[in-house]
Design a protein around this ligand. Structure first.
Ligand code: G3D
Ligand code: MG
Length: 171
């Protein structure tokens, strides 16, 4: 029989970088350009296979409250991994990742992180592969990917990567 495990993963990063879009792309396969901004955390679930296991991902989306630093620690509690998302066309969102990741690791310790430079479908990018490599080198248990929730490029891979890292850490 397959064993079943549940893993909580949070998406962190500035507002409008594409966190909700990445979750929707992964869970529904669709990109849908108009959203209502709902205040409050949304949790979406999806099963991912890893070898002989089924991993139920519980994906936590901060939902429009990114500015309120005081809610962060409650949101992080119990997470076993994070996707730290920036907008590859907006430098400032990359600069802000360090503060997101620091606050995450203050609560949960060295849980794995996938750094994501999203919107790589856009023509003018302000983040390079070198930038991403540098931020990864500054953190333990981290890797990076460029994604597009719009085209779907690497969206699934982002979630599969965090699953692999979480399970490998456990084994
Ligand atoms: P957030 O959850 O991090 O706040 P959203 O971000 O998922 O709400 O996305 C913010 C805006 O960026 C949305 O624009 C969304 O359509 C757009 N977006 C998200 N991912 C991508 C992507 O990969 N490429 C491009 N080009 N745009 C993306 P609107 O204007 O629709 O509100
Ligand atoms: Mg959102």
């Amino acid at each position: 029989m397959k064993s079943q495990i549940i893993k909580k993963v949070v998406l962190i990063g500035d507002a409008r970088v594409g966190k909700t879009s990445l979750i929707k792309r992964f869970v529904t396969g669709l990109f849908n350009p108009t959203y209502q901004i709902t205040l409050g955390t949304t949790i979406m679930k999806k099963d991912v296979e890893y070898a002989d296991r089924t991993v139920t991902l519980s994906l936590w989306d901060v939902g429009g409250q990114e500015v309120f630093k005081q809610i962060r620690s409650k949101y992080y509690y119990g997470s076993e991994g994070a996707l730290a998302v920036c907008d590859a066309s907006k430098r400032i969102t990359f600069e802000n990742l360090t503060s997101w990741v620091d606050s995450f690791r203050e609560v949960v310790g060295d849980q794995p992180i996938v750094f994501i430079a999203n919107k790589n479908d856009l023509a003018e990018l302000e983040i390079t592969e070198t930038d991403m490599k540098q931020i990864v080198e500054k953190h333990k248990n981290a890797t990076f990917l460029f994604t597009s929730a719009k085209s779907g490029n690497n969206a699934e891979k982002a979630f599969q990567t965090i699953v692999n890292m979480m399970i490998e850490k456990e084994d």
